[in-house]
Structures are given as structure tokens and as C-alpha cells.
Design a protein around this ligand. Structure first.
Ligand code: C2E
Ligand code: MG
Ligand code: MG
Ligand code: MG
Length: 283
């Protein structure tokens, strides 16, 4: 009907869909080539214990070193990756690479967790627990040093399948945390349904902590909730010292944000955060 009554509009619409599709296919092909050419890289962002600033972990965050465009952020390409056939391949690479780096740091005597963001395809394929076990076995990383981050959209797909996979993963000793907590539609019901070890308070609530009483109430309640449920809690997106201090007063254990360090290449992370003699850190 649209065709008959508004021929011009229909054609325009069709053109814009075609353009979108072409753009997508180009990007998909570029991403496959990028994987081929080893253009992806993991950056690491420190996670600190807020009370004393001790390094507790590092979240691995993917970057694309594009030959012409330079460093491309995951927001620009992960949505495409996640719905394309190369998704599993990239997700496997992320898991393997992060575990290998974590194992190397562990061997050097540093005690820290490695956080890895899961992709939807990893739960859809049903083989995630096996991939995780393989990554641990091949790299030698301690299971308890690995922390997998899941967002709500990943859980939406098939709850029963996700639940089974999570139980298998926890059997391995690997931690599971709820990423971007509070931004989805059903965060609370997921807390009840899934065997999670901790939650990460989304940075949208942390940003306005000092100025917006609603944000402060939400963050403070989330910290209380995590304690009552026996979950660990970390605040994301801490950009200044005052916010960090406020979070300490609210009882938040850990924090992550530009205030402590932006995501950075592994060698920069090592130079900045892993310089203390390993022996001193173990003691
Ligand atoms: P996320 O997992 O919630 O990661 C936290 C994001 O917040 C990162 O963005 C980080 O750079 C940013 N961030 C950290 N502290 C601050 C701060 O103080 N201020 C501000 N403004 N931002 C801060 P990034 O690296 O661009 O990643 C964006 C998202 O892309 C991630 O959100 C995650 O959902 C996804 N992602 C990144 N790497 C991977 C990956 O290897 N695999 C998968 N599946 N997803 C990934
Ligand atoms: Mg994350
Ligand atoms: Mg997050
Ligand atoms: Mg996020």
C-alpha cells in the first residue's frame, strides 16, 4: 500500500535500506579482514580497591587498530560483530588473548583478576563452558583469576541455556559478574535467576553521583543490595576523586574509571600498574 500511495517515499525508503545494508556488508567484510590481519588489540583498564587503592583486577576491552582510521572504539564495531558470522571467532580470540595475558602476569607473581566481556554468540553456540575450560588449560590461568562479564541482552536470548552454561562455568571456579547493572529492564529478576558472583554498577549512575540525589539513592541501594545478596560490587566510570570518596563512604568495595586509569595497551598497563616487585606484592 505504501508503494501505491507514496511511490516517491517508498523508493527513498528502499534506497536508504539498501545503503544501510551495503554499509553493513562493507563493515562486515572489513572486520573479517581485520581479524585475518590481526588488527584487533586488547586494552586493559585497572580495577582498584577503593579504600586503599590496591590493584584488584583489569578489564580487557577490545580496540581495532585500523590502518587508516586509527584506533576504533568497540561501540562502533562490536554491534556489527555481535550479529555477524565472525562473532564467535573474535569472541574466542578475546577470551584466549585475555587469559594468556592474565597467565603471564600471574607467572610474574602478580595477583589480579582478568575481566572479559562475553558476546551473545558465545551463549548461543552452547559451547562457552568448553571454550572457557580450553582457554584456561592452554594458557595456565587460574580459574579464580578469570571474571566473565555478562550484560542483560546476553541473558535475554535463552535463559535456560544461559543458566546451564553459567553453572558449568562456575563449576570451573570462574567468576561471573553482571555488567552495566541497572540499565536493563529486568536486572533484579536476573539477579534472582542466575548464579552471579558480583555486579558492576553502570557508569550512567556513577556520573552524576555528587550532584543528582536520585543517582546517589540508586547507587547506595545497589551497594546495599549486593551486600545482602553476598555479591561483590564495583562502580564503573569513576572520573574524579570526590566521587571515589563518596563511593567509599557508601561502602562500595571497588572502582574502575578514568580517575584511576583509562583502558590502555598491555605494556602501558604493566609499566603503570605492575611495576611493584612481584615478591613484595605476594607478601
Ligand atoms: P563495558 O564492558 O561496560 O566497558 C566499560 C566501558 O566504559 C569501556 O568503554 C571503558 O573505556 C568505559 N569507561 C571506563 N571508565 C570510564 C570513565 O571513567 N568515564 C567514561 N566516560 N567511560 C569509562 P569501551 O572500551 O569503549 O567499551 C564499550 C563497550 O564495548 C563495553 O562496555 C563492552 O560492552 C563492549 N566491549 C568492549 N570490549 C569488548 C570485548 O572484548 N568483547 C565484547 N563482547 N564486548 C566488548
Ligand atoms: Mg564490561
Ligand atoms: Mg559496564
Ligand atoms: Mg557498558
Amino acid at each position: 500500500r505504501a508503494k501505491a500511495t507514496n511511490r516517491g517515499g517508498y523508493v527513498l525508503f528502499e534506497d536508504s535500506i539498501r545503503r544501510e545494508l551495503e554499509k553493513r556488508l562493507t563493515l562486515e567484510a572489513e572486520l573479517a579482514l581485520a581479524a585475518e590481519r590481526d588488527e584487533f588489540e586488547l586494552f586493559y583498564q585497572p580495577q582498584l580497591r577503593l579504600a586503599d587503592g590496591r590493584l584488584m583486577g583489569a578489564e580487557a576491552l577490545i580496540r581495532w587498530r585500523h590502518p587508516e582510521r586509527g584506533l576504533v572504539s568497540p561501540a562502533e564495531f562490536m554491534p556489527i560483530v555481535n550479529t555477524s558470522p565472525i562473532s564467535e571467532r573474535i569472541a574466542d580470540w578475546v577470551l584466549q588473548t585475555a587469559c594468556a595475558k592474565g597467565a603471564a602476569w600471574e607467572r610474574a607473581g602478580h595477583k589480579l583478576r582478568i575481566g572479559v566481556n562475553l558476546s551473545p554468540s558465545q551463549l548461543e553456540s552452547g559451547g562457552l563452558a568448553i571454550s572457557v575450560a580450553q582457554a584456561l588449560a592452554s594458557t595456565g590461568l587460574s580459574p579464580t583469576s578469570l571474571e566473565l562479564e555478562v550484560t542483560e541482552d546476553i541473558l535475554l536470548h535463552d535463559e535456560q541455556e544461559a543458566l546451564n552454561t553459567f553453572l558449568e562455568i562456575q563449576e570451573l571456579g570462574v567468576r561471573l559478574v553482571f555488567d552495566d547493572f541497572g540499565t536493563g529492564f529486568a536486572s533484579l529478576s536476573y539477579l534472582k535467576k542466575f548464579p552471579l558472583d558480583g555486579l558492576k554498577i553502570d557508569r550512567s549512575f556513577v556520573l552524576g553521583l555528587l550532584t543528582n540525589p536520585d543517582d546517589a539513592a540508586i547507587v547506595s541501594s545497589t551497594i546495599g543490595l549486593s551486600k545482602q545478596l553476598g555479591l561483590s560490587v564495583i562502580a564503573e566510570g569513576i572520573e574524579d576523586r570526590d566521587t571515589a570518596d563518596f563511593l567509599v563512604r557508601m561502602g562500595c568495595e571497588e572502582g574502575q574509571g578514568y580517575c584511576f586509569g583509562k583502558p590502555m595497551p598491555a605494556h602501558d598497563f604493566e609499566a603503570k600498574f605492575l611495576t611493584a616487585p612481584a615478591a613484595a606484592e605476594v607478601a
